[in-house]
Unconditional design. Sequence first.
Length: 373
Amino acid sequence: MSAMSKELSGIAPPPMAMLAELTHRCPLACPYCSNPLELKSVAQELATEEWIRVFQEASEMGVLHLHLSGGEPASRRDLLELTKAAVDCGLYTNLITSGIGITEKRLDALADVGLDHVQLSIQGVDQKQADRVGGYKGGYERKLKLAAWVHATGIPLTVNAVCHRTNMDDVPAIIELALELGARRLEIATVQFHGWAIKNRAQLMPTKGQVEATTKIVENARNALEGKLVIDYVPADYYATYPKACMGGWGRIGINVDPTGLVLPCHAAESIPSLTFDNVREKSLQDIWYHSDAFNAYRGTKWMQEPCRSCDRKLVDFGGCRCQAMAIAGDAKATDPACHKSPLKAKLLELANEQIRPDQNAPFIYRGRYNFP
């Protein structure tokens, strides 16, 4: 039975990837951070042995890719031990980092235990812009150093750039920077309005003109750089014709474990108040994936309302983002308002236009800690 046939018969395939949010601690304070507004404390974090058990369970149930994330995963003193344990479990390990907190010696040690990949975030193409967005002085220079060290180890590098109104005009320069840093892959991801980005929507919302121009730039760059740099592009939801298949569909491909062991279908799933999420401290990862009410709530297509239920794209985008439907429609089962078939599409566009401020230097509300500079 194929994976799709299993889904249609109500049997979920095993997840391909797991995002392990090792901590919510982070030296940066990005105004679009996807972590929740109520950050989990150090005292609540899973211990080393608990994370190792979770990695073992993930491997046993068929997970292939492990993304070590945060916050900033380098804030964990046991990052080396956790990475080695994940490698020993047969998991492909990807370190998602701001670059702050990783020395050359520490990176070499991670390479020695088998770290497979590094994904480095950038907040801008020059020091002033990047440090302002990240809320951290000197962060840009540290990122450049880390990229050089990664290149020297031979570990493949992905550069991740979250784009928004204040930096979207710099996409050509972002592409050039990725090439200069020796990246094999570049993620150009338009800001998703969850978590801290909601608080900064007026400063971050791109214009329709910026989005259209960026889409063309990315298409041209993909053609020109084929075989040299892979470019992944996450377009803006608010101006889209169709929604994207958020997380590849609810409970289909990816599984998230937060710093406290809470297991989520996506970053923002806790924004849906009707759902209760299980914890790996109390249940196995496999039991949660297959049997929890939260993971089965929007899995497959039976939960869908019209127009999704009769749409020929329902197995392409799976109705779009449940969290965005909750935020805009007040109903997590509603069609994602990003879809042109949604009755709320006009409302979404109005919201985008209302949020655009002419002053690109309006202060950000930083991730829960301080203003900058």
